[in-house]
Design a protein around this ligand. Structure first.
Ligand code: TXA
Ligand code: MG
Length: 324
């Protein structure tokens, strides 16, 4: 298994050799390698079993360094960057040629983000290159929000996991780009739409376009547990699946089901707090997935603020087939 620790110098040395390190961010853990080293980037795709058509996010320590890798920042995106970097925001910007095509899967834009986590900030500041880092999970599975999640799945394939504790946001960054003069949100995430719209006005959300995904990672089955997850009204689903004799696991927003007391049920936030629910979401999905249940029943949360990103992940988890 991988070594888990807080040694930034060790992480730096491994990355400088062209090897990979799992890093904490405020959203989810990333599987990081030198973004300017093709071999390191190729290892990321191999370790994740990720198809090469799904591009990676480039992580830098601060906004200034983004300019080394992109040729232009349109004004609305610059405003967003100034307001929310470091933070759970990823910007799609025209790339400079020094960014390898492997990172962007041949696209002319590169996704860039400044993560807000003290350990990773210190690591990035100490490095002479940016880090390419997708979420540190096998392709198609739930993103990790704890060092142990990474170790469980990728521990045999990487040397070191930089342990930054539990991720505070818990869902991936919001991905924003532009088409013509319009600001487009390609992935709902840890920065909510209201915050974005407070800076740039109304935006269009294209996160569900699965026919021609701008972000190939928008494949519907992303974030899925291995067990089937059924999304609907728990008050109806619970009795139906119990009467079928299924071993059910319940992932609820806040309700407790007394008839299931002592059984497999998790509340994302007993107090009904969406920030807390987002933080707990992936760990709860993993926990239920590893329990002795045959099916996971779940419900949507209120579709406001971070609730939109939570519902997006739940819907993707409920869709079992990969859409091409
Ligand atoms: O919060 C996060 O963003 C985490 C942490 C580790 O930073 N990273 C993350 O990476 O979620 P990943 O690789 O799991 O998701 C990145 C998404 C993918 O859906 C990919 O398709 C999209 O970003 N993406 C990357 N570059 C793109 C580009 N040039 N154009 C469109 N989509 C892009
Ligand atoms: Mg991912």
């Amino acid at each position: 298994m991988a070594e888990i620790g807080k040694d930034i110098d060790k992480a730096k040395a491994i990355l400088e050799k062209g090897e990979l390190v799992a890093i904490p961010t405020e959203t989810v853990y990333g599987l990081a390698g030198n973004a300017l080293n093709q071999d390191a980037v190729a290892k990321i795709f191999a370790v994740k079993s990720r198809p090469s058509f799904d591009p990676l996010i480039l992580h830098t320590s601060d906004l200034e360094r983004i300019h080394e890798f992109v040729s232009d920042i349109p004004e609305p995106l610059e405003k967003l960057a100034l307001a929310f970097c470091p933070g759970p925001l990823t910007l799609l910007l025209p790339k400079k040629s020094l960014v390898p095509d492997l990172v962007t899967s041949g696209l002319e834009t590169v996704a860039v983000r400044v993560p807000d986590h003290p350990l990773t900030q210190a690591l990035l500041a100490s490095l002479s290159f940016p880090l390419a880092a997708p979420s540190a999970n096998p392709f198609g599975y739930i993103s990790p929000t704890k060092a142990s999640h990474v170790n469980d799945q990728l521990g045999k394939k990487i040397e070191y996991i930089l342990d930054g504790g539990d991720c505070q946001v818990g869902v991936e960054s919001t991905i924003v780009g532009m088409e013509g003069d319009e600001v487009i949100v390609y992935r709902l995430g840890g920065l909510d739409l209201r915050s974005i719209e407070s800076i740039v006005g109304k935006v269009e959300v294209m996160a569900h376009s699965s026919s021609d995904p701008k972000s190939p990672g928008m494949l519907k089955s992303h974030y899925a547990p291995r067990k089937p997850l059924i999304l609907g009204d728990l008050d109806k689903l619970v009795p139906v699946y119990r009467s079928k004799g299924e071993n059910i696991g319940v992932l609820a927003f806040r309700s407790v089901y007394p008839e299931l007391l002592g059984q497999f049920q998790i509340q994302l936030s007993p107090s009904g707090d969406l920030t807390e629910a987002a933080k707990n979401l992936f760990a709860a999905m993993r926990a239920l997935d590893s329990m002795d249940v045959s099916v996971i029943l779940s419900e949507e949360v209120p579709d406001v603020g971070l609730g939109k990103a939570i519902n997006d992940r739940l819907r993707r988890a409920a869709a079992q087939e990969i859409e091409e």
